[in-house]
Design a protein around this ligand. Sequence first.
Ligand code: SAM
Length: 254
Amino acid sequence: MYWLASHLCAIALRRAASAGCCITSRSSDAAEARMPSLPFSKDLRFDAPAQRCRVIVTKRMNMFNHFDILAPVYEWVISPPDPTRLKTLLRLPTDGWLLDAGGGTGRVAATLRPFVGGLVVGDQSLRMLRRAYEKRTLHPVRAQVQRLPFVDGFFSRILVVDALHHFSDQSAAVRELARVLAPGGRLVIEEPDIHRPAVKLVALAERMALMGSTFLAPEVVRDMLAAQGLRACIVERDRFSAWIVADKPSGGSQ
Ligand SMILES: C[S@@+](CC[C@H](N)C(=O)[O-])C[C@H]1O[C@@H](n2cnc3c(N)ncnc32)[C@H](O)[C@@H]1O
């Protein structure tokens, strides 16, 4: 009861803080997504039951996951965003593939699908990914961001929305994101800005809900990306979130 109340409190705080965000329709392309011929790395293991629901599973992850419980109500509580800002920051359209890391139900990914060649939603929560699968145009892959099952440099764009603070090992996650980003590619991170009072309240509520979140200041995130050889800067802030953009140089290894 205490746990559920803390969760609802965290979600209500978020909703209040982001009130004013526009709601847009999702991709109208209802064609069923085919299984992707993605260049997975060799250690990929498939999970038969999950394959039947066409969510690709990279390894068994049976630990308790808050988002498995929140999945049925997630998009009912948090609406899809207006894709305009992310489209600009990600420099879309592109023919390349986009990875939405910690992409959950595909809430954000669905709005960007018309502007990319292919779209992978990577997440550790199978129940969140089932919602992404139901959208039919996304490729859900179950994986932890700190150990992605993709070959180096595959994605021309990567997006992380409201998820970095949930990753258990943020340094490893950033390293992996830099690894799978293509030379000349762009990574955009949208993250609650811990400098803002509303985000401090959300952080408190998530701590009470035992979610294990760690909110890093946008400057820290920028420096972590720069340490991976990316050209990173904080491009926008509002009263709740900060947007950090990082480009991978086309010439170098990273
Ligand atoms: C607040 S939700 C955001 C989902 C989506 N980005 C959105 O904005 O709708 C955070 C997501 O991160 C996922 N997540 C947390 N830790 C993860 C990890 N280590 N690897 C992959 N996904 C993770 C959760 O399962 C959850 O779906």
